[in-house]
Design a protein around this ligand. Structure first.
Ligand SMILES: [Mg+2]
Ligand SMILES: [Zn+2]
Length: 218
């Protein structure tokens, strides 16, 4: 056999060997991706779970805010119409709280829903507007929690303030430390709800600027 022929044979062998290796690699990869019963996958799943646990952020602190009389003008009863929804200028005050590291969440009784005075869509429109106006001033209102019930129409519930349900929802959803958190409201029932949820309640007058209570918040 000629020498060059011998080398050619070796190269050919190497080529097929590599090709076989690639095929086996691919099928192995396929197996790992598509067979949940594979022990490798269990190990992977466990590792991801453990990593997620490790990377869970520390508890956050939050300032809960009542809506009417705190973020928008108190109109005497539930604000029913979008035209009656007037945003209060608490932009700088809430920006200050945000800069101090507080997440901002809204907790509001919306018994007008149970009474049929407005729909969830109309409520969403008001809340989107509120979120948008504050966003334009550099303030992020992270979430809105509202109670759609009213005892005379839908019976008792766990979320209508002074019950703490709305705050407890927020605390659970965002991994909040209640002992480092506050609830600013213009009704005694807001303070009661805060206390029941383990957060410090701060009572203001309706439409009182939030800037006047900043010194009560660490
Ligand atoms: Mg209010
Ligand atoms: Zn409720």
């Amino acid at each position: 056999m000629e020498l060059s022929c011998f080398f050619r044979l070796i190269c050919l062998n190497l080529f097929w060997g590599l090709k076989d290796y690639r095929v086996s690699f691919h099928s192995d990869h396929y197996f790992r991706r598509h067979h949940d019963s594979s022990p490798i996958n269990h190990e992977l799943k466990f590792r991801t779970f453990a990593e997620n646990l490790q990377s869970m952020p520390d508890k956050v602190k939050a300032v809960f805010l009542d809506r009417d009389g705190v973020l928008n003008q108190e109109m005497g009863d539930y604000v029913r119409r979008f035209e009656d929804f007037h945003v209060l200028d608490n932009f700088d005050a809430l920006k200050t709280l945000q800069d101090r590291g507080y997440m901002l969440l809204i907790a509001t009784n919306q018994g007008g829903l149970a009474k049929g005075w407005y729909t969830e869509d109309e409520l969403a429109k008001m809340h989107n507007h509120l979120k948008q106006v504050y966003h334009e001033h550099g303030v992020e209102l992270t979430d809105f929690f509202y109670c759609p019930h009213h005892p005379n129409f839908t019976g008792d519930c766990d979320c209508r303030k002074p019950k703490p349900g709305l705050l407890l929802q927020g605390i659970a959803k965002y991994n909040i430390d209640p002992s480092k958190s506050y609830f600013i409201g213009d009704r005694e029932r807001d303070v009661e709800a805060g206390t029941a949820a383990g957060v410090k309640g701060i009572l203001i007058d309706s439409d009182q600027p939030i800037s006047t209570v900043l010194d009560q918040i660490a």
